[in-house]
Write a protein that binds this ligand. Structure first.
Ligand code: ADP
Length: 546
C-alpha cells in the first residue's frame, strides 16, 4: 500500500517560489563588480529569474543544455542559478581561478552552449574563447550596456549584454515541475591531480542537501539571519547557502569580488550580517584586518569554515571577538557538506580548553550521510579516535559517477564512495581528517598527519602559512619536512618554530627540517598544492639523513 500523501517533486524552483511568496520582503543585497551596493527583495528577484528564463529560451537553450557561469557571488549570478536549473537546463559554474587551458577543457567537456561572465573575467574569456568555440554560441557579460567589455570573440560567437537581453524579455514564465532526479547543476573538481572531473547534481540532491545544511546543528539558518557567503558560488554552489538561505527566508548578502578583510568587515557591519561562511584563509585575512584596524563585528554570531583544516588559533581569536567558529567538511562530490562540528550532550560542561580539542575536528555526519574508515585491506577500522584509515561515504547527495562516466562507476560494490581522505573517527563519531591519501607521510611504516602538524605550525607568531610534505629519507623512507611562509615583517627563527611541536605531538612526528619560502602554491580553490611542493623539495633531506 502506498502512503496517501501528496506527491511533489523536489524542485529547485520550489525554493524561489517559496521565498517570493512567504518571504517577499526579505532581501538579496549584492556588492556589484562596479563597487556599489545593489538591493532588491525576494519578490523582485523571483520576477527577474523568470524574465531570465525567457532570455535563455530566446537564446535557444533547450532542456538539459549546459549553460556556464563565470561569476562572483551576486544577484545576477543568483538569477542564473534559479533560471537555468528552473527551466530544466543545467547550471555549470566555472571557477575563474583555473588556468585558461582548464577553463577551455571543462567548457568543451561539458559542451556548454552559452557562457555568462562577470566583466572582471573578460581577459580570461578572450583568452579561452578561441579554444571553446565548438559548442558555445554566445558570451553574455553580466552588466548593462555602459559596462560592456570590448573584446574580440571568435567568428560565430556572439557578444551579448545581460541587461539588454533582460529589457527585451517578459516575465510571464511559469515554473514547471518535472522529475526531481533531473540534472540541475554541474561543478568540476579543481583537478589538483589530473584533469578536472564533473560532478552533476540533481534537483533532489540539491534540496536534500539544503534541508540538511539548514538544520539547527548545522548552519541553522533562520528568517532573522543575514547571511554572507564568502565561499564563491563557483565553489560547490557556495556550500548550499544560495538555496538554504531562501528556504529559511534569511537575507542574503553577496560580497562580489571584494573578499579582503577590510571590505568584508565593512559589508558585514553595514548590512548587520549574523552568519558567514568561507575557507580558513578568508578568516585569517579578516582576523588580520580586525587586529590591525581595531574594528569589531558587533552583529556577527557565527562563522562556518571548511575546505581545508582550520587551525585552533582561528577559533581562539574569533572567540575573543565574540564570534563562534564552526567547522564543516565535504567535497565537490558531496554537494559538498558531509559533516559539521556542533556539540553533543556529552560535551556539556566541558572547559573551553577541552572543548577546543573537539571543535578543531571536522565534525559529525549530517543525517543522510554515512561514513566509515577502512585499512589498506578494505577492512573497517574501529572508531577509537586514534587509528586512521581511508574514508568512505554514502548518501543521497554523494555522487555515484563523474560526468560522462557510466552511472555507479565511482562506487565500490557496496555503494561506497572513496573520498581520497585519510581520517580517524572518535567514539562519538567526530571525524578528524589527517591527510589526503596522496599526501600522507609514511615514516618507518607509520602514518604521520601533515594536517595536525600544519595546524600547530601556524600557531607560531611568526608563521603566516605552513605546509608539511613527505620528504624522502634514507632510513625511514619518508619524514615530514616543514615549509613555512613568514608573516609580513617577521623573520623565522628555526629553533623557535621547531620548539612549538614539543609536547604537542609524539617526538617522532616532529618535522626533520624547515624551509622558509616567500609563498606557497595554491590551487583554484585555495588549497596548498602539495604535489608541486613535493616535486621541488622531495629530496631535500637526503643529503642530511644518516
Ligand atoms: P573544494 O571543497 O575545495 O571544492 P574539493 O572537492 O576539491 O574542493 O576538495 C575536497 C577536499 O578538501 C576534501 O576531500 C578534503 O581533503 C578537503 N577538505 C574539505 N574540508 C576540509 C576540512 N574541514 N578539513 C580538512 N580538509 C578539508
Amino acid at each position: 500500500m502506498l502512503g496517501l500523501m501528496q506527491d511533489q517533486e523536489l524542485m529547485i524552483s520550489a525554493i524561489i517560489k517559496h521565498a517570493a511568496r512567504h518571504h517577499p520582503t526579505a532581501e538579496l543585497v549584492s556588492k556589484t563588480t562596479e563597487g556599489d551596493v545593489h538591493r532588491y527583495t525576494y519578490a523582485e528577484f523571483e520576477r527577474r529569474a523568470r524574465r531570465m528564463v525567457r532570455v535563455l529560451q530566446r537564446l535557444g537553450v533547450n532542456v538539459q543544455d549546459r549553460v556556464a557561469t563565470m561569476a562572483w557571488n551576486g544577484y545576477r549570478h543568483m538569477e542564473l542559478y534559479y533560471a537555468i536549473s528552473g527551466m530544466q537546463a543545467i547550471t555549470h559554474t566555472i571557477n575563474p581561478r583555473l588556468a585558461v587551458d582548464d577553463v577551455a577543457y571543462i567548457v568543451n567537456h561539458a559542451e556548454d552552449v552559452l557562457v555568462f561572465s562577470d566583466t572582471t573575467f573578460a581577459p580570461l574569456i578572450a583568452a579561452a574563447a578561441p579554444k571553446f568555440r565548438a559548442t558555445v554560441r554566445a558570451v553574455v557579460f553580466m552588466c548593462d550596456r555602459a559596462h560592456m567589455p570590448d573584446i574580440a570573440l571568435p567568428e560565430g560567437m556572439e557578444l551579448l549584454c545581460y541587461e539588454e537581453l533582460m529589457d527585451a524579455a517578459d516575465e510571464d514564465y511559469v515554473w514547471q515541475d518535472f522529475d526531481e532526479r533531473t540534472a540541475a547543476t554541474l561543478c568540476y573538481t579543481s583537478g589538483t591531480t589530473g584533469r578536472p572531473k564533473g560532478v552533476l547534481y540533481s534537483h533532489r540532491s540539491t534540496l536534500l542537501h539544503a534541508f540538511s545544511v539548514g538544520q539547527a546543528d548545522v548552519i541553522g539558518l533562520r528568517a532573522v539571519d543575514r547571511v554572507l557567503p564568502v565561499v564563491p558560488m563557483f565553489h560547490v554552489n557556495a556550500w548550499g547557502i544560495p538555496y538554504g538561505a531562501l528556504m529559511a527566508g534569511a537575507t542574503l548578502v553577496m560580497p562580489g569580488r571584494f573578499l579582503d578583510g577590510a571590505s568584508l568587515t565593512k559589508l558585514m557591519n553595514d548590512e548587520k550580517v549574523t552568519m558567514s561562511a568561507g575557507v580558513p584563509t578568508v578568516w585569517l585575512g579578516l582576523l588580520q584586518h580586525l587586529e590591525k584596524s581595531g574594528d569589531r563585528l558587533p552583529t556577527m554570531e557565527r562563522l562556518m569554515v571548511g575546505g581545508s583544516a582550520c587551525p585552533r588559533m582561528i577559533y581562539e581569536a574569533f572567540d575573543g571577538y565574540g564570534v563562534r567558529v564552526f567547522q564543516g567538511w565535504g567535497m565537490t562530490e558531496m554537494s559538498p557538506v558531509g559533516t559539521y562540528n556542533t556539540a553533543k550532550a556529552a560535551h556539556i560542561g566541558m572547559s573551553a580548553q577541552d572543548e577546543y580539542t573537539i571543535r578543531v575536528k571536522q565534525g559529525r555526519a549530517l543525517f543522510g550521510i554515512d561514513m566509515k574508515i577502512v585499512g589498506d585491506d578494505g577492512a573497517e577500522l574501529p572508531w577509537d579516535g586514534k587509528q586512521s584509515g581511508h574514508l568512505l561515504v554514502k548518501g543521497p547527495w554523494v555522487t555515484n559517477a563523474y560526468y560522462g562516466d557510466a552511472p555507479g562507476s565511482a562506487l565500490d560494490q557496496d555503494g561506497w564512495f572513496a573520498t581520497g581522505d585519510v581520517a580517524a573517527l572518535d567514539p562519538e563519531g567526530y571525524l578528524e581528517i589527517t591527510d589526503r591519501s596522496k599526501d600522507v607521510i609514511k615514516s618507518g611504516g607509520e602514518w604521520i598527519s601533515s594536517i595536525q602538524l600544519e595546524n600547530i605550525a601556524v600557531g607560531h607568531p611568526d608563521v603566516a602559512e605552513a605546509a608539511i610534505i613527505a620528504a624522502n629519507h634514507a632510513k625511514w623512507a619518508e619524514r615530514p619536512l616543514l615549509i613555512v611562509v613568514p608573516k609580513a615583517g617577521h623573520t623565522i627563527d628555526k629553533a623557535s618554530v621547531m620548539a612549538i611541536f614539543d609536547g604537542q605531538v609524539a617526538s617522532w612526528w616532529k618535522p626533520d627540517d624547515l624551509v622558509v619560502v616567500d609563498e606557497l602554491p595554491h590551487s583554484a580553490t585555495g588549497k596548498i598544492q602539495k604535489l608541486a611542493l613535493r616535486n621541488k623539495f622531495r629530496d631535500y633531506l637526503l643529503t642530511k639523513s644518516d
